[in-house]
Design a binder for this molecule. Structure first.
Ligand code: MEV
Length: 322
């Protein structure tokens, strides 16, 4: 028996970093998906083939999962299988093959997407009807087991799809919209190291507890306003709120010169607003753009060696492919 599952990548719209500490954020999904095929095996083994993550043909006995190391690119799948086995038991082995519809360098959340797909695939193969909430809880546990940090917003996006209002650990997961947001995405060419940036902000918070908490609180004020702007499709307002959010991210110290170059070129080319998206330090910037200014804004971003990534937003969450 075989199943094919897919889950979308994501982009953080507002609220990054604050969301690690109990505040809300807004995340949307993109039309670039990760695909995973899972095949039932009689042998009690896990086999992983994930070429885009550098894993060719990794084999492990089910009773030795996550023991004695393993390839970096297979850690989320292996941990997800172990966590599923411990929670629901597994009476069969499984071969898992992944195909990424987007490069892992963009920061679109391939680790969360592959974790979610693995858990959904195991549920399908073992005939268990897991709710989105159950898939989220096990995915979030897996992400924390492997990376040690994170709010879980990326797993929620991969599962629920659309544009979500999300509070740390899934305390709130609310769908704001299933529609498209007129987004422009520019990649800096630099891969961000999310855990390192999250730890850097944690250090700042330890040193300047009250100040950083105030910044987070201001960010959450913007997130709540942006939630309304998205529901009302008020793109100009959403852009303005993103500009404010960018100011706070600069204050947190996660902005870079390259991100700023792309952000200012987007703003100067007539975008309603622009900010970094995700942990900062690199990865992507996003802008809200009126269609009449899109071409100009794209050109301006390319001038600073930014790579334009064409995306449609608010796409469907995890699904079984025919
Ligand atoms: C990283 O894309 C976003 C952060 O808020 C971390 C997280 O929420 O897991 C920095």
């Amino acid at each position: 028996m075989k199943v094919k599952i897919s889950a979308p990548g994501k982009l953080m719209l507002l609220g990054e970093h604050a969301v690690v500490y109990g505040w809300p954020c807004i995340v949307t999904t993109v039309d670039k998906r990760l695909y995973l095929e899972a095949e039932l095996l009689k042998e009690k083994k896990l086999i992983i083939k994930a070429p885009s993550a550098g894993v060719r043909n990794y084999k492990k006995d089910l009773d030795k999962l996550c023991k004695n190391g393993g390839p970096e690119g297979g850690r989320f799948v292996e941990r997800a299988v172990l966590n599923f086995q411990q929670k629901y038991s597994l009476s069969f082995g499984v071969k898992i093959e992944t195909k990424n519809g987007f490069s892992i360098k963009y920061g679109f959340g391939s680790s969360a997407a592959v974790t979610v797909c693995t858990i959904k695939a195991l549920a399908e193969l073992s005939g268990k009807k897991l709710s989105n909430r159950e898939i989220f809880d096990l995915s979030y546990k897996t992400i924390l087991d492997v990376s040690g940090v994170g709010s879980g917003f990326d797993a929620a996006a991969a599962i629920y799809g659309g544009t979500l209002y999300f509070v740390t650990g899934g305390e709130k997961i609310e769908k704001i919209s299933n529609g498209e947001i007129p987004l422009l995405v520019g990649y800096t060419g630099i891969k961000a190291d999310t855990p390192t940036l999250v730890k850097m902000v944690a250090e700042k918070k330890k040193k300047d507890e009250e100040l950083i908490t105030r910044l987070f609180s201001e960010i959450s004020f913007l997130v709540d306003k942006a939630k309304r702007a998205i529901a009302e499709k008020n793109w100009q307002r959403l852009g303005e709120l993103m500009n404010y959010n960018q100011g706070y991210l600069e204050a947190l110290g996660v902005n870079t010169q390259k991100l700023s170059n792309l952000i200012y070129s987007a703003r100067n080319a007539g975008c309603y607003g622009a900010k970094l998206s995700g942990a900062g330090g690199g990865d992507c910037m996003i802008a809200i753009v009126d269609e009449k200014n899109r071409e100009n804004a794209e050109k301006a971003i390319k001038k600073f060696a930014g790579e334009i990534i064409k995306v449609k937003t608010g796409t469907e969450g995890v699904r079984v492919e025919k």
